[in-house]
Design a protein around this ligand. Structure first.
Ligand SMILES: *Cc1c(COP(=O)(O)O)cnc(C)c1O
Length: 390
């Protein structure tokens, strides 16, 4: 019944029941690694916490509910969740991935799975017509992020899903930036949704976690096998933190979107700013797809200060006081980063430039503080920048 509720109610109730023992409204944190059996193989559904843990299962049911999936799986990090997906493949198989990717995803593909014989092809998948030419007989998986990190390009998930289906290829979507509040990739035809739950799902910058959600029971079974066999499960305490975070996802996201708009519009009108990348701006090249596919435009954006070099961007992000200079995103507090020296430093410069991650690009994760404090902080730092150069 609770899975028939609307999205904003499912963040709170989806897949949840009061605890069977005492009616606890929040699931107890079951720290036990093992569970008593009355006779060999006779138990109450749990044997050993890698294979299954009641607190983790409460989170996994919530994940499935908010992504409109059938099965959720919680991992020890976003990359551990991706690792499980890639283990569906074998040597000789090919993955088609979007060029503009989270740096750690790129590193996992190139440095861990490529040496094991899986081939990766990085292309600009913005045009599904052209993407069709990049699928070969060995392609097994298409991997996308939308909006992309950090360029905020929006890919047409529905069109990519149609293409993937017509060619018998799995489509996986990293939904970390958008969250199910903004878009639900399974409804658009994707096979696998992945999250770094470290970001918006957890929402408070206090836990590292990952998630997969799927609909197909056979695929769910293969991924659950890999989750247990490889063992990168999320611990009970961390599962509890993510579950608690999800309960306020919709209210946080609403404010992230409002503040994202305020910051994007402010920067777009600032004389010291050359360009703002936020899909909610009408001049964004993917604004129309974003409007069609997303409920709102989120709190992630990037911008380039006018005439800035690498050092100027470093100086600007260091001068911010309300925005914290830090990697990561999606928490209640605003963060600023310099992709070229931080999140995307592991990507070779030429590769990085090809996808638009220039030396002076700055990425913001706009939090849920008072928007005026954020605007004043940006105004101060931009003023300090032009001051220093004159
Ligand atoms: C952070 C992030 C990841 C990796 O997740 P971890 O939880 O850090 O392992 C993957 N994709 C995107 C888009 C991310 O932002």
């Amino acid at each position: 019944m609770k899975n028939d509720l609307r999205f904003n109610s499912r963040t709170i109730h989806g897949g949840q029941q009061p605890d069977a023992a005492y009616g606890a409204v929040m699931p107890p944190v079951y720290l036990s690694s093992t569970f008593a059996q009355t006779a060999p193989g006779q138990h109450k559904g749990y044997e050993y916490s890698r294979s299954g843990n009641p607190t983790r299962h409460a989170l996994e049911a919530s994940l499935a509910s908010i992504e409109n999936g059938a099965s959720g799986l919680a991992f020890s990090s976003g990359l551990a969740a991706m690792d499980a997906v890639l283990k569906l493949l074998g040597p000789g198989d090919e993955v088609l991935a979007n060029r503009d990717l989270y740096g750690g995803s790129y590193r996992l593909f190139r440095r861990v799975f490529e040496p094991l014989g899986i081939r990766f092809r990085f292309e600009d998948l913005g045009k599904p017509g052209e993407a069709a030419n990049c699928i070969g007989p060995k392609t097994r998986l298409i991997w996308l992020e939308s909006p992309t990190n950090p360029m905020m390009n929006v890919l047409d998930i529905g069109a990519m899903a149609e293409l993937a289906r017509s060619r018998g290829v799995l489509l996986a979507v990293d939904n970390t930036f958008a969250t199910p509040y903004l878009q639900q990739p399974l409804d658009l035809g994707a096979d696998i949704v992945m999250h770094s739950a470290t970001k918006y799902l957890g929402g408070h910058s206090d836990v590292v976690a990952g998630a997969l959600v799927v609909r197909d029971p056979e695929l769910a079974g293969r991924l659950a096998f890999l989750q247990n066999a490889s063992g990168a499960v999320l611990g009970p305490m961390d599962s509890y933190l993510v579950l608690r975070g999800i309960k306020t996802l919709h209210v946080r996201m609403q404010r992230h979107c409002e503040n994202g708009r305020a910051v994007a519009e402010y920067l777009a009108g600032h004389p010291g700013v050359e360009h703002v990348f936020w899909p909610g701006l009408p001049n964004h090249p993917d604004h129309e797809i974003a409007k069609k596919q997303m409920r709102d435009f989120g709190g992630m954006l990037s911008f380039i200060p006018k005439g800035a070099r690498y050092e100027d961007a470093v100086k600007l992000v260091s001068a911010l006081q309300v925005f914290t200079l830090a990697e990561s995103l999606g928490g209640v507090e605003s963060l600023a980063g310099h992709p070229a020296s931080m999140t995307h430093a592991s990507i070779p410069r030429e590769e990085r430039l090809k996808s638009g991650v220039t030396d002076s690009l700055i990425r913001l994760s706009v939090g849920i503080e008072d928007a005026d404090d954020l605007l004043e902080d940006l105004a101060r730092s931009l003023a300090a920048l032009s001051f220093g150069r004159s």
